[in-house]
Design a protein around this ligand. Structure first.
Ligand SMILES: [Cu+2]
Length: 131
């Protein structure tokens, strides 16, 4: 059994270091910080802005103000984020945009008639290569 697990782990390490295509590997934080102020517009079920663009490696510091008198949520599954947003106050969320792509975010707390329309998109652009 132990030999089998060692074999499996060895394969994992070899895959990570030699075979995995570069673009699939998570990108380390570049140290660049992007502050984004977002609001949930009162009784509209809208994130404003609903589209956010960053560069891969950016540390995203998101501050969301919920104008409503009821709870919302903010979930971004691709980066393991899910937070409850309490009424009439800011909620801060921080994560590293460690992969390139377009990732939907959405309200994760059932909040009323517009709940299923309350979505947005995070666009993570590839780093610019300078050579
Ligand atoms: Cu909702």
């Amino acid at each position: 059994m132990i030999i089998f697990f060692v074999f499996l782990m060895g394969n994992g390490i070899i895959y990570q270091n030699f075979y995995r295509p570069q673009e699939l590997a998570p990108v380390k934080a570049s140290g660049n910080i992007v502050n984004i102020d977002m609001r949930i517009e009162k009784d509209k079920w809208v994130f404003n802005p609903s589209r956010v663009e960053v560069m891969v490696g950016d540390t995203v510091k998101l501050k969301i103000f919920n104008e409503d008198s009821y709870d919302h949520g903010w979930a971004l599954e691709a980066f393991g984020q899910n937070k409850r947003l309490f009424p009439k106050r800011d909620t801060e969320i921080e994560f590293v945009a460690s992969k390139v792509g377009e990732f939907p975010f959405y309200c994760s707390v059932p909040c009323g008639e517009g709940h299923y329309l309350q979505t947005g998109l995070l666009v993570v652009n590839p780093a610019v290569t300078t050579n």
